[in-house]
Design a protein around this ligand. Structure first.
Ligand SMILES: Cc1ncc(COP(=O)(O)O)c(C=O)c1O
Length: 368
């Protein structure tokens, strides 16, 4: 059996090496390192893929969220609602604008924001709602969008983990006023460094986002609004153009691996991921809920099986946000997920023997 890795970027690269190398060399030959043709072409490819009018490259998924909020002029005195269980970027960017993050607890089985608890979090200061499509599965977009519409609040989808996932026939990332994604290498569509993108159907917001990402400027050395420097570099765009062609096949590989895990783990002592109705899951992570997590991780590590915990602490309990005054018990389902979640290896290069070995090792841990 091949050694098991959490993510196998090397073998994925080897499969498409000729195409990727040619794309990189083309950029080197043209020396169009910033804003070269690949950037515009990749933006068109991505707008078409996600099914929106505009896709605007930027430096990473964190910037994408910050730029989205800057475009909506979110700042001091405002509140932004988001999930209590995500990567820190979702909440950090709210805080960086000067706004206050307002958390909503998650559903116990999908780990996505619970729309039943959303409306109670809305106040006159709420300026945006940011659902995160966690682990590869879209959140309950219909319910979220209906509440947002009723209160006239824009939705920003944080789609860093679910690019390619489909909700009721449309891609995640095509529902909110704005959506964002990350091309961090380990993401389902990852580049060879940092990268991010912002999506919208709105002409004016698209123009504003472009300006913000370019120092608040439309015309060189004229700066109309406050902006920053956030570019997707051309080499990354060229690599991503190649990888995008494979994304749906790779999602299918991940889904096959997940189905194999489901078979191997069901009826055991762990809770396997649930896919909610009318959407698919592109398994950026295959996450299970477990008892005795530390002991299980050690046991698996000794057998050569890496695992990861995304995320060991709910956002409201992170020290960086302690000044907001949240305490343990405020969002109990997110806290329980943080205590019990365990992410198993899943990527495009896994084989059935590896998954069988991982599943049977987990079962044997609980039988011992
Ligand atoms: C849900 C979520 N949002 C935002 C980000 C930030 O993306 P980046 O690392 O490209 O800044 C990530 C990356 O891990 C993420 O998982």
């Amino acid at each position: 059996m091949k050694p098991i890795q959490m993510v196998d970027l090397k073998n994925q690269y080897i499969r498409i090496k000729d195409e990727v190398d040619a794309a990189i060399h083309h950029v080197l030959d043209t020396t169009a390192f910033i804003g070269g043709p690949d950037c515009g072409e990749f933006e068109c490819d991505m707008a078409g893929y996600v099914g929106v009018k505009y896709a605007i490259g930027c430096a990473n998924g964190t910037d994408a969220l910050q730029i989205a909020m800057m475009a909506l002029e979110i700042g001091e005195g405002d509140e932004v609602i988001t999930t209590a269980f995500s990567f820190v970027a979702t909440t950090e960017t709210i805080a960086v604008t000067g706004a206050r993050p307002v958390y909503v607890d998650i559903q116990p089985d999908t780990y996505n924001i619970d729309p039943k608890k959303l409306e109670a979090a809305i106040t006159s200061k709420t300026k945006a709602i940011i659902p995160v499509h966690l682990y590869g599965q879209p959140a309950d977009l219909d319910e979220i969008l209906a509440i947002a519409k009723k209160h006239n609040i824009p939705v920003i989808e944080d789609n860093a983990q679910s690019i390619g996932a489909v909700y009721k026939g449309k891609r995640a990332g095509s529902f909110g006023l704005i959506s964002t994604t990350s091309f961090y290498p380990a993401k389902n569509l990852g580049c060879f460094g940092d990268g991010g993108m912002i999506f919208t159907n709105d002409d004016q917001i698209a123009e504003k986002i472009r300006m913000i990402a370019n120092h608040g400027s439309r015309k060189r050395y004229f700066h109309e609004i406050l902006g920053l420097n956030s570019r997707l570099d051309t080499i990354q765009a060229a690599i991503l153009r190649v990888k995008l062609k494979y994304l749906d096949n790779w999602a299918a590989d991940r889904q096959k691996a997940a189905a194999f895990y489901n078979d191997g783990l069901s009826g055991g002592n762990v809770i396997i991921p649930k896919v909610a109705p009318q959407r698919n899951h592109v398994y950026h992570q295959y996450s299970i809920l477990v008892e005795k997590r530390n002991e299980l991780q050690t046991y698996l590590k000794e057998k050569g099986i890496p695992t990861a915990v995304h995320y060991p602490m709910a956002l409201h309990l992170q020290p960086a946000f302690s000044h907001y005054g949240f305490v343990r018990g405020d969002f109990p389902i997110a806290e329980k997920a943080a205590d019990q979640i365990l992410c198993l290896p899943i990527h495009t290069e896994m084989d059935e023997d590896q998954i069988r070995f991982i599943s049977s090792s987990i079962k044997s841990f609980y039988q011992a």
